[in-house]
Each structure stands twice: as C-alpha cells, then as structure tokens.
Design a protein around this ligand. Structure first.
Ligand SMILES: Cc1cc2nc3c(=O)[nH]c(=O)nc-3n(C[C@H](O)[C@H](O)[C@H](O)COP(=O)(O)OP(=O)(O)OC[C@H]3O[C@@H](n4cnc5c(N)ncnc54)[C@H](O)[C@@H]3O)c2cc1C
Length: 292
C-alpha cells in the first residue's frame, strides 16, 4: 500500500477546494477508527488524507429549537455534555454502549454516519430524533434528512466533493420519550447484532401523536419501521398495540445471516427488543402498574 499524503487544513474552504480538485482521491480523516482498517483492507486507497481538526467542527450548541453538533464531535464529548444527556437520552445511551473509552475518545459522530455501516450505533437514535445533516462543497451547503442519506452498506448520497460538517437535532416536543437498545455478543466492544431506537410523543388527549422506530443491522441501511409506527399513531397505548407494533417492525426487516447471528434470530430479537423499548418509553411517559 502506498502511504497517502496527509494535510491538516486550517479552514473548511481549504478542505473543500481540495475535495473539489481531487474528489474521492482525497478522504476526510476524523478519528480514523474505521478509516485505517478500510485502508489496511484496501477498501479505500486515498492519495490524500484531509484532517479538519483545526477547523472547529467539534462544537456543540443549542439554539432556535435545535441542537447543532459539529461532525468532529466525539462520543466522549457527547457523554460529557449535560444538556445532551437531558435532551437526547437515546443518543447518550448509544454512546455509552459504544466500544470502550479509548475508541470513544477518538470516534466522531460524522465518521459513524459517513461510514454508513448498517449496524452503526449512533444512527438509529439520530434518525429517531429526525436529525438533519449539513453537507458542504465549494458550491455551497445542502441540508438533508439523515434518513435520506444511506443507499446501501457503506453507500450514501454524499458526492465526492462534499464534506459532512454538522448534525442538527430538533428538540423533542413535550410528552416525548426515547430509548436505545443494543444487542451484541458481549456487553462491550461488540458490533451490534441488532440495535434500535424508539421515540414516542403523546398528544393532548394522551394518544400517540408521533412515533419513530428505527432499526440497525436489520436491513442494508438503517431502517425506519414505518408500518409499525403507523399502528401506534393516533391510538392510546395498550399492551395489544405494543405487541402488534413489535410484530410489524420485525416483519419490516430484511436482515442477513452473518458470523454474528442468523437472519431468523435477528427477526425474532427485533420483535422482542422493539416491544421492550416501547414498554420502557411508555413507562417514561407515565404508565404505572404494568404487570409483565
Ligand atoms: C475497536 C472498535 C470498536 C468499535 N465499536 C463500535 C461500536 O460499538 N459501534 C459502532 O457503531 N461503531 C464501532 N466502531 C466503528 C467506528 O469506531 C465508528 O464508526 C466511528 O464512529 C467512526 O468515526 P471516526 O471519527 O473514527 O471516523 P473515521 O474512521 O475517521 O472515518 C470513517 C469514514 O468517514 C469518512 N468521514 C469521516 N468524517 C467525515 C466528514 N466530516 N465528512 C466526510 N467524510 C467523513 C472518512 O473518510 C471514512 O470514510 C468500532 C471500531 C473499532 C476499531
């Protein structure tokens, strides 16, 4: 493998000019926890690595009803942020269950998204919170829903001259609850067999006014179980609704069999875990006296 050149740019404009000129030959390097492995395995052989660490893409701010996180924000930064802990608990839980502390110190939000693994742990909570992302190029910026970003394993709609700069999370409406569950072969340092995030919002009369059920490692891309969500919206939560939504979510998956688990196991565990997350969210929204 020929070693690529490395440049630590001092401005986003400089990085965008390089991307405009070199396209896919120049790759952004963030925490490098994925990139180095892919270069070793020759999935990527970039000529130039562009490091934006000096460009302040690691800021976190909250204004006008949304949280804005720079693409270089690390998992450890998220875990240390009191506001995110309160406002986006499912994202924080995903960070807690991600690898171990050394990787969490390096790995970035942007790297987890652009890597586009179907099993990426941060993507289901971000999609459950209706995240938007900002892609910059020398032609300007475009903002798109994270749900529209992924096209297949390792594949996205990002163009060769674009850089992911920011992730935007609208604040949850009142009477909302969210959960993240990860199933791996071990409790830590494990790639997800299935991961998922749920968000439920109740309306004035106590019925579900909005629902998100987002599944990871259950399809070629992170998947919104829209049919299962539709079973919940407009209804008052009941054990029967929860059970039906969990069955429907499992039906919407198309998982693979691999070294970690069989397709059948993934389908079954999707049902079990969606049910568990819905019940936990329901408890958070004030249900009491549940007998399981
Ligand atoms: C031991 C170990 C354990 C792991 N555990 C987990 C786990 O539990 N859960 C999980 O989801 N993942 C896990 N991973 C995978 C990895 O750590 C994550 O995907 C991480 O978030 C990647 O971020 P990074 O900053 O290291 O990205 P990098 O490796 O630097 O980059 C990843 C890809 O994204 C591109 N890229 C990065 N930033 C940008 C940007 N701003 N704009 C455009 N392109 C960009 C790079 O060019 C590269 O193609 C693990 C990896 C290792 C090595």
């Amino acid at each position: 493998m020929n070693s690529p050149q490395y440049i630590a740019v001092e401005s986003l404009g400089e990085a965008l000019k390089i991307k405009q000129e070199q396209g896919a030959h120049a790759r952004v390097i963030a925490g490098a926890t994925d990139l180095i492995l892919r270069m070793r395995d020759r999935v990527f052989s970039p000529k130039l690595l562009v490091d934006l660490r000096q460009v302040s893409l690691d800021t976190i701010s909250c204004h006008a009803g949304e949280m804005r996180l720079g693409a270089y924000v690390t998992l450890s930064q998220i875990l240390a942020d009191d506001e995110i802990t309160v406002l986006f608990p499912a994202l924080v839980e995903a960070c807690r269950q991600f690898a171990g502390p050394p990787i969490r110190n390096l790995a970035t939000l942007g790297g987890n998204i652009v890597n586009a693994s179907p099993a990426a742990d941060l993507v289901p909570p971000l999609m459950a919170y209706d995240a938007n992302i900002v892609l910059a190029s020398s032609a300007g910026e475009r903002v798109l829903a994270l749900a529209e970003f992924f096209t297949g394993p390792g594949q996205t709609v990002m163009q060769a001259d674009e850089i992911l700069t920011q992730i935007r999370l609208p604040l949850m409406p009142p009477d909302s609850a969210s959960w993240f569950i990860k199933l791996g072969q071990r409790r830590s340092m494990a790639i997800s067999i299935i991961n998922l995030s749920i968000r439920l919002t109740l309306g004035a009369k106590g019925a579900v006014s909005d629902a998100r059920i987002v599944l990871g490692a259950a399809a070629p891309t992170p998947l919104r179980a829209v049919a299962a969500e539709a079973l919940l919206i407009g209804k008052e939560l009941s054990d029967q609704q929860v059970d039906q939504a969990a069955v429907e979510a499992s039906r919407e998956t198309s998982p693979i069999t691999d070294v970690r688990a069989s397709r059948n196991y993934r389908e079954r565990m999707t049902q079990v875990l969606v049910r568990r997350a819905l019940l936990a969210s329901w408890d958070d929204l004030g249900r009491s006296g549940r007998n399981e």
